[in-house]
Design a protein around this ligand. Structure first.
Ligand code: HEC
Ligand code: HEC
Ligand code: HEC
Ligand code: HEC
Ligand code: HEC
Length: 494
């Protein structure tokens, strides 16, 4: 069998091109099968090795297959022989003799073709599978996806593959995604991609297709209690608590935050531009069959067709998994977890300042954060350095980690590049639509009542459930809401 193969291959290698072709086909096939075995057994998972074995090798394999007939074609032209004469010359007359099973040469060709097709199918399936693994998406283009990869690994979706959200169901979606991937490899190779990667992501599959594989609106039920801690800029970094009861309900009957994605509800909007921040109009179809259109009285623009969109999960959960922190949020989270010790005087203020300073790269940031924080305490609290050296080191370590997680100079990605649309703190968020500029024909706006989305059980209170003191007010809750609304609107205008 093997000798037959050798004889066959030698006859195939008709000229220099043909010989190159045969060598390519044989060597890439053997190497590919070795890589495949290494990958399947988990010996090799590196994204670059994967890129070579699952893309370059099959490509060279196909190239080799093409070179062989090209060689034949050229030789035949030069020699001026018919194909049959040439075949007889190279392989010998006996290979072409009819036997009960057909000519021996044809049989060999069939067997070889079957093997080649088999290798190609395995290569495609293995390649597609390999490219669907988060490790590949997160590291193949090295620095490009690094920010998303870093924050993804610490998110609630760290075990959900990138393709679960970024690629929809079906063959079509897969092909689209792979073509898009090829374009991205091109951009990455020639360094022409945009930094930071622009959002919103237009190629993201409809969230209802992806997110609802695992979460579905009917599941959202009742309220969700959430306590947010902020620490003051005073010496003790005093904690202040805000407790909200978020109305995450999603049923049509009871209303609530997930009402937008409940059955038979459609919210469409037209935004001023790609950023989806300023709305030109917002339309809603309600389950009872009524429809309203709220038009922005401050804008007189016609939307472009591509800026009209039906609202889905990602219009609120744009940071479902790539969760970037704000400098304040990063410090506060680490204080809450005890990684930054609140007994260090003024630590909140010092820490936020250290994070917000400009550093050209990660190394400079590590050094700058360490020296900035240490020199503050050396200057202002020299007595503390000996006693609390450990707490100080830990705080510095936590801040360095926070910086490298959130800031990626190579991608021009810094604090606030990708704000969250949740709530209304990091960006306008819900208030993109829930505001008084958008009105229907009757002059009604989409409610911005402070209790539409949450009850406020405490705001900046010394304890998680302490309400504001409101002496002299008949209805403390209403007073609080009105006070908060005024405060909030004031802060928002700036
Ligand atoms: C739980 C769903 C989910 C998973 C899992 C997921 N993503 Fe995303 N990704 C999103 C959403 C939502 C956006 C933001 C879309 C928008 O704002 O339009 C996004 C945006 C991005 C962006 C654009 C930049 C940005 O931060 O907005 C990149 C790049 C990206 N994802 C890469 C990845 C990679 C690589 C993985 C796997 C390591 C991954 N994603 C896993 C949902 C997901
Ligand atoms: C393959 C399944 C899967 C997909 C697809 C998926 N998720 Fe998740 N999601 C999960 C799991 C698992 C958790 C973690 C639950 C936990 O830790 O309690 C989670 C957690 C979350 C949370 C946090 C809940 C919390 O308790 O704070 C949000 C918000 C969320 N997902 C939104 C989304 C959105 C938006 C999308 C689409 C862009 C999406 N998910 C796609 C499985 C998925
Ligand atoms: C794209 C526009 C848009 C955005 C963004 C938006 N909403 Fe809405 N929301 C609407 C519209 C339209 C209605 C229905 C108004 C009506 O019934 O006339 C609505 C209604 C609601 C309701 C009442 C539902 C009911 O009937 O009980 C709640 C609660 C709500 N939104 C919460 C939120 C929250 C929280 C956010 C931000 C995380 C948000 N919305 C962001 C457009 C939006
Ligand atoms: C109008 C904005 C909005 C839309 C649209 C929206 N969500 Fe949410 N979602 C929220 C808010 C606000 C919360 C509460 C966040 C918190 O706990 O901090 C939430 C909470 C969640 C949670 C946590 C569940 C819980 O019970 O606490 C999950 C999971 C989730 N959403 C998934 C989804 C999915 C999937 C979709 C699309 C089908 C979706 N959301 C659509 C605003 C929205
Ligand atoms: C359209 C829905 C909606 C309306 C209206 C609304 N909020 Fe909120 N608000 C949210 C959501 C959602 C969050 C939670 C975001 C999160 O998960 O962190 C939030 C968070 C907050 C927080 C906590 C912010 C923080 O991080 O400390 C405060 C305080 C607050 N809201 C006050 C108000 C006040 C005051 C009003 C009235 C002017 C108001 N909200 C109106 C949706 C709304």
């Amino acid at each position: 069998m093997f000798r037959r193969y050798l004889k066959f291959v030698r006859a195939l290698s008709i000229d220099r091109l043909g010989r190159i072709g045969v060598v390519l086909v044989t060597s890439t096939a053997v190497m590919f099968l070795l890589f495949l075995a290494a990958n399947l057994t988990g010996v090799v998972t590196n994204a670059y090795v994967g890129l070579i074995s699952f893309m370059t090798l099959p490509a060279l394999f196909v190239l080799g297959l093409l070179l062989i007939p090209i060689g034949w074609y050229r030789t035949r032209k030069e020699a001026g022989l018919s194909l049959r004469e040439l075949v007889a010359q190279r392989f010998g007359e006996e290979e072409l003799e009819e036997t009960p099973l057909g000519a021996p040469l044809i049989r060999t060709l069939l067997v070889m073709t079957t093997i080649n097709v088999f290798i190609l199918v395995v290569a495609s399936v293995a390649g597609l599978h390999f490219m669907d693994q988060p490790n590949f998406c997160g590291t193949a283009c090295h620095k490009v996806m690094n920010p998303e990869w870093v924050v993804y690994q610490q998110s609630p979706h760290a075990r959900v593959a990138c393709v679960e959200c970024h690629v929809g169901e079906g063959v079509r979606a897969h092909i689209d995604a792979k073509l898009n991937g090829l374009r991205q490899i091109w951009l990455a190779t020639f360094n022409t991609y945009r930094r930071p990667i622009p959002t919103p992501v237009h190629t993201l599959r409809p969230a209802r297709e992806t997110c609802e594989k695992c979460h579905w609106p009917e599941k959202f039920y009742g309220n969700r209690l959430k306590t947010i801690v902020h620490y003051g800029d005073d010496e003790a970094s005093t904690p202040r608590y805000t407790t909200l009861s978020l109305k995450v309900n999603g049923t049509v009957d009871e209303g609530g935050i997930h009402w937008h994605v409940a059955r038979d509800v459609h919210v469409r909007y037209a935004s001023l531009d790609d950023e989806r921040q300023e709305m030109i109009w917002v339309e809603v179809d309600r389950p009872d069959g009524t429809t309203s259109r709220y038009v922005n009285r401050r804008l007189d623009e016609e939307p472009r067709a591509e800026d009209i969109r039906t609202m889905d999960c990602v219009d609120c959960h744009n940071r479902a998994t790539h969760i970037y922190e704000t400098p304040e949020g990063a410090v506060e989270t680490r204080m809450r977890l005890g990684r930054i010790d609140r007994s260090l005087p003024h630590i909140k203020k010092v820490a936020v300042a250290a994070l917000m300073a400009e550093y050209p790269d990660a190394e400079a940031a590590r050094r700058g954060i360490a020296s900035g924080v240490a020199s503050y305490y050396r200057r202002n609290h020299p007595d503390l350095l000996a006693g609390q050296a450990r707490a100080l080191d830990e705080a510095i370590g936590a801040l360095q980690e926070a910086w490298t997680r959130n800031v990626h100079p190579y991608m021009n990605l810094s604090w606030g590049t990708y704000p969250s649309l949740m709530g209304h703190r990091e960006s306008k968020g819900c208030f993109r639509c829930h505001n008084r500029d958008l009105v229907d024909e009757g002059g009604h706006w989409i409610s911005d009542d402070c209790t539409l989305c949450h009850s406020i059980l405490a705001t900046d209170a010394p304890g998680p459930f302490r309400n504001l003191e409101t002496p002299g007010e008949k209805d403390p809750l209403r007073f609080e809401q009105e006070y908060l609304r005024q405060e909030f609107l004031r802060s928002f205008r700036h």
